[in-house]
Design a protein around this ligand. Structure first.
Ligand SMILES: Cc1ncc(COP(=O)(O)O)c(C=O)c1O
Length: 364
């Protein structure tokens, strides 16, 4: 626990001046879709703990969504709850877990909480999964017991093609290490639908949650999909840590999953409006214009302005001088140090105003 503090993103938000524009946090700014709201309004009569493994109807709905068997589904308190449980169940002192750099900041911390060590692997140009670079890190990690991939990725927005996913799955299978594919952003795309690990290989565990495309981060419902033998000990950890995900929240997640044909296109339409607003504002006003559309998620990893080298110091200036919250790239590992993450999950008007406020900092 030594040295464990508030995440740099939360710390920057905590000191934000009134009226600051939130382009830092990675959660939808749109309302919980109607199906979820109705389910929450009708929930509560049966407020028993429910099965530790998750409500049967939810596991079945998820199995249908992913074309899997219900035994292959573990429901958790967010995908974060699934990650925590998998790490606790399968990692211990002396073990290494491969994580992307830059990557979601919880991975190395969850490794530490399990007594293990995170080993970074570099990403390809544009921040996508590169099996060569992944293999290189694996070959120098004799104690690797697990590897995490994330696509579309936080913070780069980059995806992974099926050939790369297959290559990485083969490398992990040959070494006998657990592969965890974090796909929480998979349904948030504006171009072609990003591939899932499940499209490329039967090996590995896939994670997702109701937090992003289904619009319910506060529900804290996520899931892991894959081999029941790998999920079983993680489920036990989850049972002892939190008993089960909240029952009303699982009922809402069930309604959202069942309404996916409506919920997911609506989420993408909302994301499209945000991207329109952001890209137009950047093309008009931002030095260098707008980067190309990422494969998915709602993040742009922007290079720091020339002469800036400290992403945290720059984000503090952006917050205090321009009134815009950004996430420092350094929070995602050394590979993010020269950049900041902008989240375009914010409202369209906030994105326009945010770019107008930020542009002068890049012109200085
Ligand atoms: C890559 C990635 N994985 C997992 C999570 C955890 O999300 P949740 O626990 O809400 O499913 C996040 C949250 O931002 C994330 O960015």
């Amino acid at each position: 626990m030594e040295g464990l503090g508030l995440s740099p993103i939360r710390a920057i938000m905590a000191g934000a001046p009134p009226g600051a524009i939130p382009l830092g946090l990675g959660e939808p700014s749109w309302d919980l879709p109607e199906a979820g709201r109705l389910a929450l309004a009708g929930a509560g009569r049966d407020c028993s703990y429910g099965p530790n493994a998750g409500l049967e109807a939810l596991r079945k709905a998820l199995a249908d969504f992913y074309d899997a068997r219900p035994e292959e589904v573990m429901v958790a308190s967010g995908s974060q709850g699934a990650l925590y449980s998998l790490f606790q169940a399968w990692l211990g002192p002396g073990d290494e877990v491969l994580v992307p750099d830059p990557g979601f900041l919880s991975y190395p911390i969850l490794a530490r909480l399990a007594g293990a060590q995170a080993k970074a692997y570099a990403l390809g140009p544009g921040g996508g999964l590169d099996p060569g670079l992944f293999g290189l890190a694996l070959s120098t990690s004799p104690n690797a017991r697990m590897a995490v991939i994330n696509h579309p990725a936080n913070p780069t927005g980059a995806g992974a093609d099926p050939a790369s996913l297959l290559a990485v799955a083969r490398l992990c299978e040959e070494r006998g290490i657990i592969l965890v594919s974090d796909e929480v952003y998979r349904e948030l795309y504006l171009g072609p639908r990003p591939a899932s690990l499940r499209d490329a290989s039967a090996y590995g565990i896939v994670l997702s949650s109701a937090s992003k495309a289904w619009g319910g981060p506060g529900l804290r419902v996520g899931w892991a999909l894959g081999e029941p033998e790998i999920l079983a000990p993680a489920r036990l950890v989850h049972n002892y840590a939190v008993t089960a995900a909240s029952r009303p929240a699982q009922e809402a997640a069930l309604a959202l999953i069942e309404d996916s044909p409506r919920v997911l296109p609506q989420a993408r339409a909302g994301l499209g409006r945000r991207w329109e607003s952001l890209s137009r504002a950047m093309e008009e006003d931002f030095p260098g214009g707008c980067p190309r559309l990422p494969a998915g998620a709602f993040y742009l990893l922007l290079p720091l302005p020339e002469r800036e080298t400290d992403s945290l110091a720059f984000c503090l200036r952006a917050r205090d001088e321009a009134g815009v919250i950004l996430a420092p790239g350094s929070a995602f590992g050394p590979g993010g140090e020269a950049a900041v993450r902008l989240s375009y999950a914010a409202r369209a008007a906030e994105l326009r105003e945010g770019i107008a406020r930020l542009a002068p900092l890049w012109r200085k």
